[in-house]
Write a protein that binds this ligand. Structure first.
Ligand code: GDP
Length: 330
């Protein structure tokens, strides 16, 4: 059985990837940090097949020890401080975990290595936030980076150090430049889930307004379940490389709000939405739209869920969940 080691296993992508790899017959090892981590307990209940291993991206010896336990064929580095807004208030922590964490993981792989004829393959979760103030549209693997947040800056370092270790030491290390990807497992702090959850709660009479930041920025939103498949496909290639993973379509935050409210039968969304500067960011990423041609041609990857279906999936999930919690019959 192939063995995979995943950091960020308790996050949205970690869960989707764990399910995907398990379905393909992998032994899945997931790294969890901290003492008595509540997310680890929840994950273990939902996915008992995942073997949890202690470790922290801030602590190189712990990464070496975790790899020695897992003895993986493939390592997926999905762990990070991943929320752009938080990265502005905890910039140093973000640089340490989201940026230097990649370097530590690469060093741990160099130390543990895997067998000579079966070296460990590495996937890095790079991000469309690296494009930031975009230099061209749509963005490809060759578009220059111009990050607009400490998160984006840390991801650029992570991306560059993967390329450098690949070129310097011949590691089979690939990066997926993933555009925003969402689903019912997305954290409530991210805009899609915040909006779909609010639309559901407003419909059920559990909430009366939705307070938002900038409604004008545009994102290329896909479904997380589709995107983890691309990660795996990258590690099955003979040669490591970098790939944009995106849908090639973009929508504004306002489009998202309008569609989520329409899904629950509310057309006058403006009556429920208020804007507050506290949700604005010190520097904004105005427009993201990716060109996934290379992933399509080289990996044979295609996104399957389109934006309208994605919003519907999330709203339906949130309606059921909120109704259940409030004992409301739908
Ligand atoms: P990001 O692309 O990684 O920053 O993903 P997010 O889901 O956090 O945010 C996407 C966009 O939504 C950004 O341009 C935010 O400025 C915008 N936005 C507007 N209002 C909100 C809000 O209330 N919460 C969040 N998270 N984002 C918001």
């Amino acid at each position: 059985m192939p063995r995979a080691f995943v950091t960020g296993i308790t996050g949205q992508d970690g869960q989707h990837l764990a399910e995907f790899l398990h379905g393909r017959g992998y032994d899945v090892y997931g790294m969890v940090k901290g003492q008595n981590n509540p997310k680890a307990t929840l994950l273990q209940e939902e996915m008992p097949f995942v073997e949890l291993v202690p470790g922290d991206l801030a602590d190189l010896p712990s990464l070496v020890a975790a790899l020695q336990i897992a003895q993986p064929d493939e390592v997926y580095n999905l762990g990070a401080i991943s929320f752009v807004a938080l990265s502005f208030s905890q910039a140093e922590l973000t640089a340490n975990i989201t940026g230097l964490g990649v370097l530590r993981m690469l060093e741990a792989i160099r130390m543990v290595g895997g067998s000579d004829n079966n070296p460990i393959r590495f996937y890095q979760a790079s991000s469309s936030e690296m494009f930031g103030k975009v230099r061209e549209t749509p963005q490809t693997e060759r578009t220059p980076f111009h990050p607009r947040s400490p998160y984006g800056c840390a991801k650029v370092f992570g991306h560059d150090i993967v390329v450098n270790y690949r070129e310097s030491y011949g590691l089979h290390a690939s990066s997926g430049i993933l555009f925003n990807h969402e689903g019912p497992r997305r954290g409530m702090e991210f805009v899609t889930r915040k909006v779909t959850n609010a639309a559901a709660r407003i419909k059920l009479g559990l909430q009366h307004e939705l307070v938002m930041g900038n409604l004008d920025s545009k994102r290329d939103w896909g479904y997380a379940g589709d995107y983890v498949k691309a990660m795996w496909m990258m590690l099955q290639q003979d040669e490591p490389d970098d790939y944009v993973v995106a849908t090639g379509k973009t929508h504004s935050i306002e489009d998202l709000v309008e569609r989520a409210f329409a899904e629950v039968g509310i057309d006058n969304w403006q009556d429920y939405v208020r804007q507050d500067p506290k949700f604005y960011r010190p520097a904004e990423v105005d427009l993201l739209i990716g060109d996934p041609t290379k992933a399509k041609e080289k990996l044979g990857w295609e996104p399957e869920v389109e934006f309208p279906e994605l919003v519907k999936m999330m709203v339906d999930h949130d309606l059921k969940r909120e109704a259940r919690r409030a004992n409301i019959e739908l």
